[in-house]
Design a binder for this molecule. Structure first.
Ligand SMILES: *[C@@H]1O[C@H](CO)[C@@H](O)[C@H](O)[C@H]1NC(C)=O
Ligand SMILES: *[C@@H]1O[C@H](CO)[C@@H](O)[C@H](O)[C@H]1NC(C)=O
Ligand SMILES: *[C@@H]1O[C@H](CO)[C@@H](O)[C@H](O)[C@H]1NC(C)=O
Length: 203
């Protein structure tokens, strides 16, 4: 039952029409090799500083192109003073907002100065009130940022009128453009995260 045609197919390791594929593969490899040779050989065969200079120049151009693609913040985050800010589009309670920011390697915002406060105010002017990383869950009336630092005296004036109102049920701070409010932590609200921006070179 010897079939020379069958043996030939087995020798090639694949049946019938794969011949064509094999040929195409070889052709492709040849083309790639040719292309590489055409690009590299002139550079390598040119030992002069001119050849090197050309390579450096190409590398510089490549670097410039990569730099121009560098974004300091992830898509959908805003840059302000080397930090990136994210304004949520959904609502969660305060605890879950803390977690949501952590999951993005960020923190619920901690407002430490007037510039940050003004920036957030400007951006959130037409937005809903949002959670910030300020609460007195530890001890009533002792308002602390998530990193344990106290609300500085210079920022106390940003509470709304008669707030915080010393209600033991209202332990989380809500930010809005017209003042901060102490509210119940299990309300579902929008939230704002912050993290450091990525360094992009300035050229
Ligand atoms: C934002 O994050 C940066 C870096 O972690 C920090 O220095 C800055 O104080 C933060 N600002 C706010 C408003 O959270
Ligand atoms: C809340 O308590 C502080 C002192 O702990 C007091 O100065 C403040 O006036 C109180 N606020 C209200 C609205 O009762
Ligand atoms: C938030 O988490 C703390 C502990 O991390 C817990 O004691 C508290 O009950 C939680 N609050 C809500 C509203 O889930």
């Amino acid at each position: 039952m010897y079939d020379p045609e069958e043996e030939r197919r087995q020798y090639l390791g694949c049946p019938g029409q794969s011949h064509l594929l094999l040929v195409l593969h070889l052709l492709l490899i040849t083309l790639l090799a040719g292309l590489l040779t055409a690009v590299l050989v002139p550079e390598l065969e040119d030992p002069s500083s001119q050849g090197k200079e050309r390579i450096y120049q190409e590398l510089r151009q490549l670097k410039a192109r990569v730099d121009s693609m560098c974004r300091p913040c992830p898509w959908d985050w805003m840059l302000f003073q080397q930090s990136c800010y994210f304004f949520s589009k959904s609502r969660r309670n305060w605890n879950d907002s803390v977690t949501a920011c952590q999951e993005m390697q960020a923190q619920l915002v901690m407002i430490k100065n007037d510039e940050e406060k003004s920036f957030l105010e400007m951006i959130s002017e037409h937005k809903h009130p949002s959670w910030i990383g300020l609460s007195d869950v530890g001890r009533e009336g002792d308002w602390l940022w998530l990193d344990g630092s106290p609300l500085s005296q210079s920022l106390v004036k940003y509470w709304k009128k008669d707030r915080p109102n010393n209600d033991t049920e209202k332990n989380c701070a809500e930010f809005s453009a017209d003042g901060w409010n102490d509210v119940t932590c299990d309300l579902e609200k929008y939230w704002i995260c912050n993290k450091s921006s990525w360094p992009c070179s300035n050229k």
